[in-house]
Design a protein around this ligand. Structure first.
Ligand SMILES: *Cc1c(COP(=O)(O)O)cnc(C)c1O
Length: 497
């Protein structure tokens, strides 16, 4: 079956998977969605015997139908290799009565690696398929995690260059070190004199600058985005939910067909949407539990059917979930509206103009499979501390939000289904918040001594991603003012200034 893609804001036009990946965002500002969600064409019993890479092929070929077998397998094998510190890529760990799906074994020890390690290969393959001759230049503004994962993914990938802008002084010590020590001839990292919003606005302006587009084209370049709304990031995320279910079956933790619940720590709604896609493909998933931190826009939405971003933005210890506009939610809205682009358009216009929209009762009914929950800062700490004391397992703050919500929903609903928690970051990435949750005394330690203590407590070896930055050479020192971003890009690409 040939799967095509449509914008959530336009009912007419369809594009192929490779075109959707190349474009990232549709011209009308909408997100690409498959015209129908394909079913798995292999049984769970067959999947149970497959490696991560084989599972990835079985899932992704159903979505990316204009990629050949050879192309797709090449992308998969180039992505899920020794960059991951375990052959199984996404291990399942039983913690008390819950299964943690650890998605942080890639190059930057956060779940963004699951998609950003394959996106560069999907993108360069898509460029070839569509006869794009230009070199692809990825421009990204980052508040920390995405920038490093994108750098690691695109480093030394032929036919690409990547330029990352981060706010000077606006990212954590570990995050900054991770970026400025990035190797790879094609990578550039620039600290801007401004905040994250300035960086993001600046990058958007560059994308919309038609004059710059012309100058770049003349020099053999074109811009692209590694943003989380690219369908090339969503599809690879469906894989690990299929894989997790198949492994639970293989390990005789569940019976074939047994429903499991899945809890996901949510920010931009990409990870949990992938779980929803897996469910639509045929994976026996009961509840999809959407866990938020104190920025609980999504919890309120699932309670009331009203999405309201007009509220105070809270800085929490799970910063990758500090989001008031979950951009991937638009895909779900479009689907529960019955693939109605006009209806979706109207709601997104309300969001833009008033910061709020209300869905209809019909649409709300279709959300029955979703449950919202949230954890406060105190509850998140408590979950890390309690789990460590009871089991010895140490989890990161984002995962703890999900684990707390998972436990709460289970207790309140008396649901006995087995549960899977998406574990999205290594505790080493958020060592200070994690260690002070266990004991306030750790706050006195400097960054690296703190990390050594975490190793002692957890018994899990310090990952390479952390070891590397300890004494790595700083390779990127460029800084610029916000209004000099365009000139900086031209300088990096050696386009006439
Ligand atoms: C990005 C991120 C999330 C949120 O994922 P979404 O797909 O944006 O919902 C959660 N945890 C960590 C560690 C992340 O980096």
């Amino acid at each position: 079956m040939n799967v095509l893609y449509k914008s959530t804001r336009n009912a007419e036009k369809t594009v192929t998977a490779s075109e959707a990946i190349l474009k990232g965002l549709a011209e009308d500002g909408g997100l690409f969605v498959p015209t129908s969600i394909p079913k798995l064409d292999v049984t769970m019993a067959e999947l149970a015997k497959m490696s991560y890479q084989e599972t990835a092929y079985a899932v992704m070929k159903q979505f990316l139908t204009d990629f050949t077998e050879e192309e797709l397998k090449h992308c998969i094998n180039s992505a899920y290799d020794e960059k991951f510190d375990t052959e199984v890529i996404a291990p399942l760990v039983k913690v008390a009565d819950t299964y943690h799906l650890e998605l942080f074994h890639g190059a930057t020890i956060a779940f963004k690696d699951m998609a950003l390690s394959i996106l560069p290969h999907l993108l360069t393959t898509a460029a070839k398929k569509n006869n794009v001759k230009n070199e692809i230049v990825i421009l990204t503004a980052t508040s920390g995690d995405t920038g490093k994962a994108a750098l690691a993914g695109f480093a030394d990938v032929p036919g690409t260059k990547i330029i990352v802008f981060y706010p000077k002084g606006g990212v954590s010590k570990v995050q900054q070190l991770q970026m400025v020590t990035q190797k790879g001839e094609n990578t550039s990292v620039v600290a801007i004199h401004g905040n994250f919003d300035d960086a993001q606005t600046g990058v958007k302006k560059l994308f919309e600058d038609r004059e710059l587009e012309g100058e770049l084209a003349a020099a053999g370049y074109q811009f692209s985005s590694a943003n989380s709304i690219n369908i090339g990031r969503l599809v690879p995320q469906v894989v690990y939910y299929v894989y997790a279910y198949a492994k639970l079956l293989e390990n005789e933790q569940i019976a074939d067909g047994e429903l499991i619940n899945v809890t996901v720590p949510t920010g931009n709604f990409g990870n949990i949407l992938a779980a929803y896609f897996a469910k639509q493909m045929g994976v026996p998933i009961g509840k999809l539990i959407c866990a938020s931190n104190e920025n609980k826009v999504l919890f309120d939405f699932f309670q009331t059917g009203t999405y309201d971003r007009n509220r105070e933005f809270v800085l929490t210890s799970s910063p990758s979930m500090d989001i008031l506009i979950s951009s991937n939610l638009e895909r779900l809205i479009y689907m529960i509206a019955g693939a109605d682009a006009q209806k979706n358009n109207q709601l997104m216009a309300d969001l833009k103009s008033k910061g709020v929209y209300h869905i209809t009762d019909d649409m709300k009914e279709k959300l029955a499979g979703f449950v919202g929950g949230y954890a406060t800062e105190e509850e998140t700490k408590e979950m890390i501390r309690d789990t460590y004391r009871e089991t010895g397992y140490i989890m990161d703050t984002h995962t703890a939000v999900a684990a707390y919500v998972n436990r709460k929903v289970k207790a309140e609903s008396k649901d006995t289904a087995k549960t899977l928690v998406a574990s999205t970051a290594s505790p080493y990435k958020f060592a200070r918040s994690v260690m002070t949750s266990i004991d306030e005394k750790y706050d006195e330690l400097e960054e690296f001594p703190l990390i050594d203590e975490l190793e002692k407590l957890s018994g899990v070896a310090i990952p390479n991603a952390i070891k590397e930055i300890r004494d790595a050479e700083v390779l990127h020192t460029t800084e610029c003012d916000v209004d000099a971003m365009k000139a900086t890009v031209k300088e990096i690409l050696k386009v006439e200034v």
